[in-house]
Design a protein around this ligand. Structure first.
Ligand code: VL7
Length: 135
């Protein structure tokens, strides 16, 4: 049985988000708005199949994947790049490797109690986000 990420998760902390936005060349005006957003993560998981939405008042981002199956991800509304993404399990952690123009791009996501942890990395930058499960 893989870990269960199902639910709605509301952002409580977002460290170094600006660094990640800079690393993927998000312009100043967009960064200025984006850095204040409280993001909500909506996850529908069926075993290894994931439908994910990252929602905010400014922009939403949807990506669906199956663990172990590489796919083409278009980061629409973010940096609008096309990357090759592979998500795998590392124990109960989800680990995404995103191959493309930017080196060392990817994320790790795991659950601790009623908190969802997400670490996004690009080049030498790491953004650490924590979300709390909606009851
Ligand atoms: C998705 C944002 C910053 C651009 C707008 C900010 C809008 C709300 O893929 C991701 O998460 C995975 C794991 O949880 C989904 O399955 C991260 C958000 C990354 C990077 C880019 C700033 C412009 C914020 C969408």
């Amino acid at each position: 049985m893989p870990a269960d990420f199902n639910g709605q998760w509301v952002m409580v902390t977002n460290e170094n988000f600006e660094d990640i936005m800079n690393a993927i060349d998000i312009d100043f005006a967009t960064r200025k708005i984006a850095r204040h957003l409280t993001q909500t993560k909506v996850i529908v998981q069926n075993g290894d199949k994931f439908e994910t939405k990252t929602l905010s008042t400014f922009r939403n981002y949807e990506v669906n994947f199956t663990v172990g199956e590489e796919f083409e991800e278009v980061t629409k509304g973010l940096d609008n790049r096309t990357i090759q993404t592979l998500v795998t399990w590392d124990g109960d952690k989800l680990v995404a490797v995103q191959k493309g123009e930017k080196a060392n791009r990817g994320w790790m996501q795991w659950i601790e109690g009623d908190l969802l942890h997400l670490e996004i990395h690009v080049e030498d930058k790491i953004c650490k986000q924590v979300f709390k499960k909606k009851p």
